[in-house]
Design a protein around this ligand. Structure first.
Ligand code: UT7
Length: 321
């Protein structure tokens, strides 16, 4: 049995901040941000939360898939910005949806989170344990960003995307290639609460996102083509046979470089980075849902999804839509 995406949805915060607005906060410019990243604007949460964005995206995906919340057996939220340390965002979304029969939990794999969620759910579906899963990537990165650091604050945005994965005889996930390298954990990190208890007084201040941008850039342009090639090999599909490559939207130049390394035309690599920026685990499902909404995905077409980010983590998946 294969695992097939049968419906997608996305939800973005209402407030839109363009590059011009950011240039009032830090020393930067629309020209620099567009040239180095391809980003023009991003949505920032005001009243919205990770839970509300995730719930909104999930409702649309369920509607599109024509699946009732009670039918969902597995509910995974990929996020690094849960509203609550505990319970998980997944449990709160479960309550909002009334997905009473689902086992619900979060996973933390940063920008590769949605790929990791597919990796987990596909195994459950292929083995016959579950037939329907709801996968969500949801983030409010804006609360982890240091808004005085121009090297990171211009890059990120908030949002959520969701997909319903169901057991199917035809189509669906053909192969995956997923990996992690914890030795490079400090290339992109955000410290959590310090130890602070009756026997040890730690730091009081909470951490913000810290990144060595160039190291992440180099990692991405080397590793992403390698893991895509590995997934293609496992699927016995050639790059030329792939209709679309949907990559994590971190930087337009990274995506262009991957296209070049795979010797594939840039037109096969759709982007929404100009309007959504980098929404971490939400970026792939948002892109996927926007593509479906725009009627740009057709049944039978072959797609590659690929994500990469903090951990370091990465993953690629070949699927038939
Ligand atoms: O989901 C994964 C998350 N992260 C990523 O994917 C990030 C991957 N890395 C990148 O996208 C790029 O490395 C960045 C966009 C972060 C930076 O681009 P870059 O071409 O690697 O620039 P750089 O870090 O080498 O900085 C070049 C210059 C520096 O000034 P000097 O030293 O040459 O005077 C920076 O201080 O640009 C400066 N700079 C800025 N200038 C205006 C850095 N950020 C900004 C800014 N506006 N926002």
């Amino acid at each position: 049995m294969k695992a097939k995406i049968i419906g997608t949805g996305y939800e973005l915060p209402v407030y839109e901040a363009d590059n011009q607005y950011l240039s009032t906060l830090v020393e930067t410019s629309d020209e620099w941000i567009r040239e180095r990243t391809g980003i023009g604007k991003r949505r920032l949460a005001k009243e919205e939360t990770t839970t509300s964005l995730a719930t909104g995206a999930a409702k649309k995906a369920l509607l599109k898939a024509n699946v009732k919340a009670e039918e969902i057996e597995l509910l995974i939220v990929a996020t690094i910005t849960s509203d609550t340390e505990t319970p998980s965002t997944a449990c709160r979304v479960q309550a909002e949806l009334g997905a009473v029969h689902a086992v619900a939990f979060d996973i933390n794999a940063a920008c590769s989170g949605f790929l990791y969620a597919i990796h987990i759910a596909e195994s459950f579906i292929r083995s016959g344990i579950y037939k329907k899963a709801l996968l969500i990537g949801a983030e409010t990165l804006s609360k982890l960003v240091d808004w005085t650091d121009r090297g990171t604050c211009v890059l990120f945005g908030d949002g959520a995307g969701a997909a319903v994965l169901a057991a199917s005889e035809d189509g669906g996930v053909l192969a995956q290639s997923v990996g992690s390298n914890g030795e490079k954990w400090d290339v992109l990190s955000c410290m959590g609460r310090a130890i602070n208890n009756p026997v040890h007084k730690g730091e009081k201040e909470l951490g913000y996102l810290k990144m060595n941008g160039q190291d992440v850039f180099k990692f991405a342009v080397r590793t992403v083509p390698m893991c895509i090639e590995d997934a293609l090999l496992k699927a016995d599909v050639k790059a030329e046979e792939i209709d679309l490559f949907l990559l994590h939207q971190a930087n337009q130049r990274i995506i262009q470089s991957v296209a070049k390394r795979l010797k594939q035309p840039e037109e096969k690599f759709p982007m929404n980075i100009e309007r959504c920026a980098n929404t971490s685990a939400a970026s792939l499902p948002i892109l996927l849902a926007q593509m479906e909404e725009e009627g740009r995905l057709h049944r039978g077409e072959k797609l590659v999804l690929s994500g990469f980010g903090a951990g370091l983590t990465w993953g690629a998946c070949v699927l038939e839509w």
